[in-house]
Design a protein around this ligand. Structure first.
Ligand code: NAD
Length: 516
């Protein structure tokens, strides 16, 4: 399949199941292998390694990965710097051609990559396959954008006789790219290849929960003909990369939690001798407003998908719902009933909707939050670890009601299948409550009244907003369709991933004037 991909084309095809299942069988034969890093086009080892097991079943050891740190980061930056001169001078059309070739390679290997994502991140097959296609779509979209924008070179106005001025976009140099566990392909790959398309070189440090997917992607870029050193892949504990990236890279692109993002931001400001660009995509606390004029079928389905898809571990996950008093009882009854029908289990099985959370720390957090919720509110459904699946990190989709709306569970990003319910008597009140957060990534409304929807769109202070989205009240942005942009504590650039301005975050302007 090539050309435009959408969720609809993706999931209408039943042949994906046997293909995914046979890829999963193949990948499972490779479990336990030793993986290297890649620096300057060559495999590289650190002094120590770490083992990574699957959140599906901790008995499944996925592999042994290099525990790189400062010295790996420095070597990789050096290799990326050596490759920068020739890559930055490579015509943007040629760079786009190579990225598209890498997209084709990823498409050929899509089921293998999806199987690895399931094993590493615990996503069900549909989420995993969708993520691979999302990554492919971003690569093709950005490649088309840079060609359409003619590399962002513009002829400017001549205001003095004989002058011929241009605005030219130039890359910065070497970018450190740091990515989270929850979209192990899409997010690291998205930041990294956008930087490359713009003519930068990169050092990618994926999450230690999901290094395998990134290593697979690396080898596909290599097969696509990316010159050595343009992309370098290092693995190891994140904190060891903060200082070398801040000091020695020319820019840092980060997707992950707010605390880590802000720590990088401060480090760049305090350690670097001059301002360096930083791309930050961080967490959120995403609200949904369900009005008295909502279609409750759409609202229930949209909220359940957004709150519990990928076990609530999406930066776009819905985590608080404000419900109009008039329909509150009916909506809550249906929401709880629908949530109880969710299948939790081994995400390798076709019928499973919700797999595990990522690690023991996430389970511990879940247990702490549910215990705190019980002390002031009521757990309407869920609230427990799934005891029949004790070898993995499984928890129940959980809905909590009756908490004060200024409780920390309404404010803090939990990154779990955990939803709190609030209420309102007017749309303006709902908007005030929805906006009462330091975050600003995604938000949704359900109302069949166009005036209410218009009021929501005008008043909501979030970057990615949806009305009446049954497929996901706040989730499911797709490159080229929904720019994915975090406001306030959710992001730093104001330019969305998968949108028309994203590549500009990796470019700096040079004003050139020729006098003829
Ligand atoms: P995390 O912040 O714990 O880790 C992200 C990455 O940072 C990992 O590679 C980690 O090794 C690295 N890291 C950790 N400490 C570091 C340090 N001191 N210096 C440099 N790097 C460091 O996040 P996570 O748990 O992997 O992912 C979940 C978080 O990511 C959530 O907050 C979620 O909302 C956010 N997220 C945001 C978006 C978005 O687009 N806004 C998308 C996905 C995830």
């Amino acid at each position: 399949m090539s050309g435009k991909i959408t969720y609809v084309t993706l999931f209408a095809d039943p042949s994906i199941h046997p293909k995914y299942e046979s890829a999963l069988d193949e990948v499972q034969k490779e479990l336990g292998g030793v993986h290297e890093m890649y620096i300057g086009g060559k495999p590289a080892r650190a002094e120590r390694t770490f083992k990574k097991s699957s959140p599906i079943d901790t008995g499944l050891v996925l592999g042994e990965f290099q525990r790189g740190g400062r010295s790996a980061a420095l070597e990789a930056i050096k290799a990326a710097r050596a490759a920068f001169g020739s890559w930055s001078r490579t015509d943007y059309k040629e760079r786009a051609h190579i990225i598209k070739k890498a997209a084709d390679k990823i498409e050929e290997d899509r089921f293998r990559l999806a199987a690895i994502i399931t094993l590493e991140a615990g996503k069900n097959r549909m989420e995993a396959i969708a993520e691979v296609y999302e990554a492919i779509e971003a690569m093709r979209y950005y490649s088309d954008v840079i060609v359409k924008e003619e590399g962002y070179t513009r002829k400017m106005a001549t205001v003095a006789p004989g002058e011929e001025p241009f605005s030219v976009a130039k890359p910065y140099g070497v970018w450190g790219v740091i990515s989270p566990f929850n979209f192990p392909l899409m997010l690291g790959n998205g930041m990294m290849h956008a930087a490359l398309l713009a003519g930068n070189t990169a050092v990618w440090k994926p999450s230690s929960d999901t290094p395998w997917t990134a290593l697979e992607a690396y080898s596909l870029y290599e097969e696509a003909g990316l010159p050595p050193g343009v992309l370098n892949l290092v693995t190891g504990p994140g904190e060891e990369f903060e200082e070398p990236f801040a000091l020695f890279a020319d820019g840092v692109a980060f997707t992950g939690s707010r605390n880590v993002g802000m720590s990088l931001y401060r480090r760049l400001a305090s350690s670097s001798p001059y301002p360096k660009p930083i791309v930050l995509e961080m967490g959120s606390k995403n609200p949904v407003i369900v009005s008295a004029k909502a279609d409750l079928d759409k609202a229930v389905e949209g909220v359940v998908r957004a709150a519990f898809g990928a076990s609530g571990q999406k930066c776009s996950a819905a985590s608080r719902v404000y419900i109009a008093n008039e329909i509150r009882d009916e909506f809550v009854r249906r929401l709880v009933e629908r949530t109880r029908s969710i299948t939790v289990g081994d995400p390798r099985e076709r019928e499973v909707f919700m797999g595990p959370v990522i690690n023991q720390r996430a389970v511990d957090n879940f247990e702490r939050y549910t215990s705190d919720a019980r002390s002031l509110g009521k757990v309407l459904t869920g609230g427990n670890r799934v005891s029949r699946l004790e070898r993995g990190f499984y928890v129940e989709p959980t809905i909590v009601d009756g908490l004060p709306e200024d409780h920390y569970l309404f404010k803090k990003e939990l990154f779990l299948p955990f939803l709190v319910l609030g209420s309102f008597s007017s749309l303006d009140e709902a908007l005030l409550k929805a906006n009462d957060t330091e975050y600003g990534l995604t938000a949704g409304v359900f109302s069949e009244d166009e005036k209410e929807v218009a009021r929501f769109m005008e008043g909501i202070e979030f970057g990615v907003v949806y009305a009446n989205r049954k497929g996901g009240a706040t989730t499911g942005a797709w490159p080229s369709s929904q720019s994915f942009v975090g406001w306030k504590a959710s992001g730093a650039t104001g330019k969305g991933v998968g949108g028309p301005y994203y590549l500009l975050t990796y470019l700096r302007e040079q004003s050139r004037t020729y006098v003829r």
